[in-house]
Design a protein around this ligand. Structure first.
Ligand code: MRU
Length: 363
């Protein structure tokens, strides 16, 4: 995707150096800033503090984190420590654990001196696959959107949080079909929900603006009204973990949108690659839900009149807050899952039809 007209990925190995460059998403949308990560600790911190965020991007970043750890020490204890450190950064997005398991499968059998080069190659492969899968997913999503396309006005899509290219290495998940439609010349408009408390919707608005896609930001609580008024043709969100039965964990607030969409008769789609599906997790009830710091609700961030970033307190420290970062949408509210292999019903059967190699039950 283009930033100020320049094709840019959200994570990039630095040519000729053992380092990766990321976009610091805690600074967006007020300020565009890249950061260079050189150590395992820097990578773990970037994930924990959400300088990088979004399930697929977390996975790819963690893979590079293992590679950076191998540069410093390629022995077994260092590998174990790197995997454990990164696994503890965030609990809900399963792409993190998927990527770490893949790195371990690649590196564990190798002699230590061969691990550095292999780790960089494997991390690079994970990143490249993410881009290719999201591109394919976008085309499959486009086929579904074709059925929703009105003859006489722009297609109206609602999304939640940020499942665009900022949440991935490139292309995005939920927004990949939107970009595909826009690039194909369709008139399209996106309703972007703010996504309190961390406001990832503002990241969505920022990246849609970079690509020129018409959009409107709404308060999270406005979504039900718009759906009920018939101002939305379809909703597409991403996912942080899809259980084997098709239940979907995604940014908190997703469930309410799915309920409102069902009530309004608006199709509700979930777009995610294979790395987001947890076949070992039987249902949404088993998905760990991240509880984040209460200051995300107590403080708000923005620019003052001089253009300086400021944090303002809206709640006292002693005000008790709850901050679950994700919720679970039951599979029955999901019209279809959109993956790199095509779309399917949000069910065990639907997922296994797309990924038959994951069916480990005896025949
Ligand atoms: O807490 P975040 O910002 O890392 O949350 C992840 C997300 O961006 C969303 O839940 C998204 O819809 C799924 S990731 C493509």
């Amino acid at each position: 995707m283009n930033i100020h007209g320049i094709p840019t990925r959200c994570i990039r190995p630095v040519p000729g150096a053992m380092a990766v460059d990321i976009i610091d998403q805690t600074e967006l949308p007020q300020r565009y800033r890249e950061r260079r990560l050189v150590t395992l600790e820097e990578v773990a911190r970037a994930i924990r503090t959400m300088q990088v965020r979004g399930a697929p991007l977390i996975g790819a970043t963690a893979a590079y984190g293992v590679a950076l750890a191998m540069v410093r020490d390629n022995g077994d204890p260092a590998l174990d420590a790197a995997l454990a450190t990164l696994a503890a950064t965030r609990p809900t997005a399963v792409n993190l654990h998927w990527a770490l398991a893949r790195m371990e499968r690649c590196l564990r059998p190798l002699a230590p001196e061969r691990r550095i080069e292999s780790a960089w190659q494997e991390a690079g492969a994970i990143a490249e696959e993410d881009v290719a899968q999201n591109r394919a997913l976008g085309q499959h999503g486009l086929a579904l959107l074709r059925n929703l396309r009105p003859a006489d006005r722009p297609l109206e899509i609602m999304t939640h949080c940020n499942a665009g290219w900022l949440a991935t290495v490139d292309q995005g998940t939920a927004l990949a079909p939107v970009y595909a439609a826009f690039d194909a010349g369709w008139p399209i408009h996106v309703w972007v929900s703010e996504t309190r408390p961390r406001n990832q919707g503002l990241l969505t608005a920022w990246e849609l603006a970079q690509h020129g896609v018409p959009h409107t930001v709404i308060a999270d609580n406005a979504a039900g009204l718009l759906l009920a008024q018939g101002r939305v043709d379809g909703a597409i969100v991403g996912a942080d973990r899809i259980a084997a039965n098709g239940d979907v964990a995604n940014k908190v607030g997703t469930y309410l949108k799915a309920l409102a969409a069902r009530e309004a008769g608006v199709p509700f789609y979930v777009a995610a690659p294979r790395s987001t599906v947890d076949f070992a997790c039987p249902s949404g009830a088993h998905i760990p839900i991240e509880e984040r710091h209460g200051d995300e609700l107590r403080l708000v961030t923005g620019l003052d009149n001089q253009g300086h970033r400021q944090r303002l307190r809206q709640l006292d420290n002693d005000c008790q807050v709850a901050n679950p970062a994700f919720d679970v949408t039951p599979h029955g509210l999901v019209q279809a899952l959109i993956t790199e292999r095509g779309s399917c019903p949000a069910s065990r059967e639907g997922l296994l039809a797309l990924y038959p190699e994951e069916n480990h039950e005896p025949f």
